[in-house]
Design a protein around this ligand. Structure first.
Ligand code: EZ4
Ligand code: CO
Length: 405
């Protein structure tokens, strides 16, 4: 009898932070898993999967990945959007996992084999002030990282994106029934940022890649000014300089600075990327397996980017589960126009719930040689960590105006 999908389970677990995982079971006894986590909107994706997607999967051939993708993406009539695409991304990842397990091969072999021996990753250095952040960069270099992102507390601001609150593992979502509110000042930030990167290069030199995330906070002309002021420190990239709804903003930034631009972690469709890629308005595209509809769509995005020498730099924060990380590493090992992979270490509890084949060595991750994407879920352990409401913060300017977090 042909292999068919017999069941699919949606598992919500909170081993320190919330994750949504889809586990697809087949008549052959092979299962595949996919990440469906959408930070702060987890239960919406869980419902989308449970109530609207799983019933449509039962009885289908798990090998028909492209057809199932189109069935879910076009067949719903209501296209795109983060909830829909995270759900489709989870199905797609689980199906690629199944196909590779049935083939007895690590997923990267099905995509076209390896294009490199390891996946260069960047770590997140952060501190409450300039000194602490500069020290934190040094700690990552000691661990062997070839690339480090630096985010720092800013004089005059209480809490800033990217800075841990006394914890080893930075986690932007805050537990509670409603989002926390934080104050933001672009003036204070723009005054401080060049001093930070000057100090980092002065201390450690230029023998490693240095990255920074603006997290959608600036206006186009402010971003142009920042890019220009950071040119002497030769960043690998400046990420999300402006909110990406207005994609023309990148053109203005480009006219003023040669600091490379990375964008796309909140994109969920190839159509979000299309104009930016075709106009060469970024240097790195950050779309991720989970939020951009899985491997099936991500590789089309990468192929379009490749035409313009734009490279990939997949989002890899802690809210993207180890399942997404595993799948991303197979993609990264294969994709011809690979740039870099973000890597925020998960907590030990999360790593225990999601046993995985990927390993870190001297600044590079490797997806491992296990058949499939090499990541599984310990359901019994996952059940011990029930969902806890948590949200990304909301930002306001000092006069109370709502801003981009
Ligand atoms: O704030 O993933 O580059 N990384 C980031 C992340 C995002 C979170 C949001 O859920 O911008 O830290
Ligand atoms: Co970012």
């Amino acid at each position: 009898m042909a292999n068919t999908i017999t069941d699919a389970k949606v598992i919500v677990t909170c081993p320190g932070r919330n994750f949504v995982t889809l586990k697809i079971l087949t008549s052959d006894g092979v299962h595949g898993i996919g990440d469906a986590t959408l930070n702060g909107r987890e239960l919406a994706v869980a419902s989308y999967l449970k109530d609207h997607v799983v019933p449509c999967l039962i009885g289908r051939d798990p090998h028909d990945i492209e057809d199932i993708w189109n069935y879910l993406a076009k067949g719903a009539y209501w296209r795109r959007g983060p909830v829909t695409m995270a759900a489709i991304g989870a199905v797609d990842t689980a199906l690629w996992d199944i196909k590779a397990k049935v083939a007895g091969l690590p997923l990267y072999q099905l995509l076209g084999g390896k294009s490199r021996s390891g996946v260069m990753v960047y770590g997140h250095a952060n501190g409450n002030d300039l000194e602490e952040t500069v020290d934190a960069v040094g700690q990552y270099l000691e661990l062997g990282y070839k690339a480090v992102r630096a985010q720092s507390g800013i004089p005059g601001l209480d809490s800033v994106y990217g800075v841990a609150r006394g914890k080893l593992f930075y986690e932007p979502a805050v537990k509670g029934a409603v989002p926390e509110e934080q104050l933001w000042s672009t003036e204070k930030y723009l005054d401080f940022a060049p001093k930070l990167f000057e100090a980092v290069r002065e201390r450690y030199g230029f023998g490693f890649h240095l990255l920074h995330d603006c997290h959608h906070r600036l206006t186009p002309i402010e971003a142009a000014r920042l890019g220009k002021s950071l040119e002497p420190y030769r960043l690998f990239w400046l990420e999300d300089p402006t909110p990406a709804e207005n994609q023309e903003a990148l053109k203005l930034i480009r006219e003023h600075t040669v600091t490379p631009i990375a964008i796309g972690e909140i994109f969920n469709s190839i159509h979000d990327c299309r104009d930016i890629l075709q106009n060469q308005h970024c240097d790195y595209i950050r779309a991720a397996v989970v939020h951009a509809g899985g491997i099936t769509q991500l590789r089309k995005i990468a192929a379009l980017a490749e035409l313009y020498q734009i490279r990939t730099g997949c989002h890899g924060a802690t809210d993207l589960s180890p399942v997404c990380m595993g799948a991303a590493l197979h993609f990264d090992l294969w994709v011809p126009n690979f740039g870099i992979q973000e890597y925020m270490r998960h907590s030990p509890e999360t790593d225990e719930v999601f046993p995985h084949a990927y390993t870190f060595d001297d600044g590079y991750l490797h997806p491992g040689e296990a058949p499939g994407h090499g990541v599984d879920i310990d359901e019994a352990l996952a059940a011990k960590f029930p969902y806890e409401p948590a949200y990304l913060p909301v930002a306001r300017l000092e006069d109370g105006t709502l801003w981009n977090w």
